[in-house]
Design a protein around this ligand. Structure first.
Ligand code: PBG
Ligand code: ZN
Length: 323
């Protein structure tokens, strides 16, 4: 009979022993919470495709922000809906857009909360694409100019972080130049650098009514099979001035999160997207998995893979469980 000399189970004998040797812990400070803001007043409409998510008008966004801060979550990221959609998405750079109004209200209510804004045209264009269309193609450079205008409007309203999610080439550099020219040198850029053309954005597109009327996003978002290309996109964004880089989605791209953490010196954010969120909710609703355990295990996997920041619709729930 040969019994083992090495017994890893010794370190699992009690919950305190397990706590002592635990390598990765989640903290509310790791999380960023997305908010959907819309024009109008006193609006808090449930989003049909996303459990526990709402379309909020500015003052309700500020109320929500107060709760988020109380839970120890350091940041929110705002997604806006426009008054009207048009071919160029002009509602995006309006000085009194829902996003601009919400930033102001949030900053009045909780000045210390970090406010990031998603910068992309798809919720503002009538065709639902992330860029302007000319001769049936998404025009890269013209789109970058419009994203620069959008970013500037958000920063003038008080945004701390600009998060471009469009995947146009060179947009980080354009936005940085536009901001620096206005002496807005302290605003950080969190680039959606490795953003894949994913089926997991379905519930979100429903929420902001941005399903492309024609075609798909594969001419700008990345092919799910590529990882070298992800490193290239991240490197370019950092060279153009990105302060934080993002991998999106998170769950199907844990390898990319790890590669990014190992290869670069800036913080890495992971976006746990709407489809991943609803997939867990659906399985828990069906009684197939334990809700709390499955959610916490999933969020932990992002951190273990190397994420410094986790953007998730579970942020409030998770922070409550952690406290
Ligand atoms: C806009 C944008 C999308 C998401 C974040 N910003 C959708 C898309 O690219 O189609 C997805 C977020 C989610 O699914 O939770 N470009
Ligand atoms: Zn977009």
């Amino acid at each position: 009979m040969v019994y083992p000399e090495t017994r890893p189970r010794r370190l699992r004998t009690s919950s305190t022993m397990r706590k002592l040797v635990c390598e990765t812990r989640l903290n509310p400070a790791d999380l960023m919470y997305p908010l959907f803001v819309c024009p109008g007043r006193e609006i808090k409409d449930p989003i049909g495709s996303m459990t526990d998510c709402f379309h909020l008008s500015a003052e309700n966004a500020a109320n929500e922000a107060k709760e988020v801060a109380k839970l120890g979550i350091p940041a929110v990221i705002l997604f806006g809906l426009p008054e009207h959609k048009d071919p160029t998405g002009s509602g995006a750079w309006s000085p009194d857009s829902a996003v601009a109004e919400s930033i102001k209200r949030i900053k009045e209510a909780v000045p210390e909360l970090v406010v990031a804004t998603d910068v992309c045209l798809c919720a503002y264009t009538d065709h639902g694409h992330c860029g302007v269309i000319e001769n049936g193609r998404i025009e890269n450079d013209k789109t970058c100019d419009l994203l620069g205008k959008m970013a500037l409007a958000h920063v003038r309203a008080g945004a701390d972080i600009i998060a471009p999610s469009d995947m146009m080439d060179g947009r980080v550099g354009v936005i940085r130049k536009v901001l620096d020219a206005e002496q807005l040198v302290d605003t950080a850029i969190m680039a959606y650098s490795a953003k894949y053309a994913s089926a997991y954005y379905g519930p979100f597109r429903d929420a902001v009514h941005s399903i492309p009327s024609e075609g798909d996003r594969k001419s700008y978002q990345m092919d799910p099979g590529n990882s070298k290309e992800a490193m290239r996109e991240i490197r370019l964004d950092i060279e153009e001035g990105a302060d934080i880089v993002m991998v999106k989605p998170a769950l199907a791209y844990l390898d990319i999160i790890r590669m990014a953490q190992d290869a670069f010196e800036v913080p890495v954010a992971a976006y746990n997207v709407s489809g991943e969120y609803m997939m867990l909710n659906a399985a828990a609703d069906a009684g197939l998995i334990d809700r709390e355990q499955a959610i916490m295990e999933t969020l932990l996997s992002f951190k273990r893979a190397g994420a410094d920041i986790i953007i998730t619709y579970f942020a409030k729930t998770a922070a409550q469980w952690l406290s």
